[in-house]
Write a protein that binds this ligand. Structure first.
Ligand code: FMN
Length: 209
């Protein structure tokens, strides 16, 4: 608890909360540790909403960015309502000022969590591709990065996915391995996104809480 308070104080002393450039300048600075949560286009995006809620309940200041595919599965409004912050969806949209959104997000994040992370995300991240707000922010962050993959068991077992996972692990990203069980597609096997409570624990550990 004392450690948590120390972390919070440090956070408030070094930087304001994680408003997007589209938030009002009058937004109050937050003393809470800042988590940037990226949602990719997996059926587990709904578990991303649960994770988001659990992070907020655990006392983090959470801001969300989403890929285009993610937005087809869960609406940004869900995450905006859960976090109280606008959701970053388009790196070219900046409503109130001229800050470069992905650099601004990266500057302020104390930990970045990609959950769920798709096979597509892993392939692009492994190759330094930056063609959306999630990937371009990922290249710009200097904080710890936690990746929780979710996909069909046959996708998970593909050698390309294993290779990409090994590559991003080599970048120093922490991987929260998927679990075994029933998959949304009806298959049974490895590929279920780790439980949100497990990911919250990894966030706490990454922030020394
Ligand atoms: C209903 C649905 C569920 C999907 N679930 C997954 C999934 O769990 N994991 C995955 O890697 N891809 C999944 N896909 C495929 C991705 O959405 C697709 O590869 C997309 O290009 C990912 O884009 P993103 O990585 O930019 O979010 C799913 C597609 C659909 C239509």
């Amino acid at each position: 608890m004392a450690e948590a308070r120390r972390t919070s104080k440090k956070a408030s002393a070094t930087a304001p909360s994680l408003p997007l450039s589209s938030e009002k300048a009058s937004a109050k600075p937050s003393a809470k540790p800042r988590v940037l949560l990226a949602i990719c286009g997996s059926i587990a995006a709904y578990k991303g909403a649960d994770l988001c809620s659990k992070l907020v309940q655990a006392g983090y200041d959470v801001t969300v960015c989403m890929t285009d595919a993610a937005q087809k599965l869960v609406g940004p409004l869900t995450f905006a309502a859960l976090t109280g912050h606008p959701v970053a969806t388009d790196p070219y949209t900046s409503e109130h000022d001229v800050r470069v959104e992905h650099i601004h997000l990266a500057d302020l994040a104390q930990v970045m969590v990609i959950a769920p992370a798709t096979a597509n995300f892993l392939g692009k991240a492994a190759n330094g591709i930056a063609d959306d707000v999630v990937l371009s922010t990922l290249l710009a962050v200097t904080c710890p990065v936690i990746v929780a993959p979710a996909m069909n068991v046959r996708m998970w077992n593909h050698p390309a996915v294993a290779r990409n996972l090994a590559t991003v692990r080599g970048f120093g990203y922490e991987i929260v391995e998927p679990g075994d069980g029933f998959l949304a597609c009806g298959d049974v096997g490895r590929g279920r996104m780790a439980e949100p409570s497990q990911i919250v624990a990894r966030v706490a550990a990454a922030l020394g809480r």
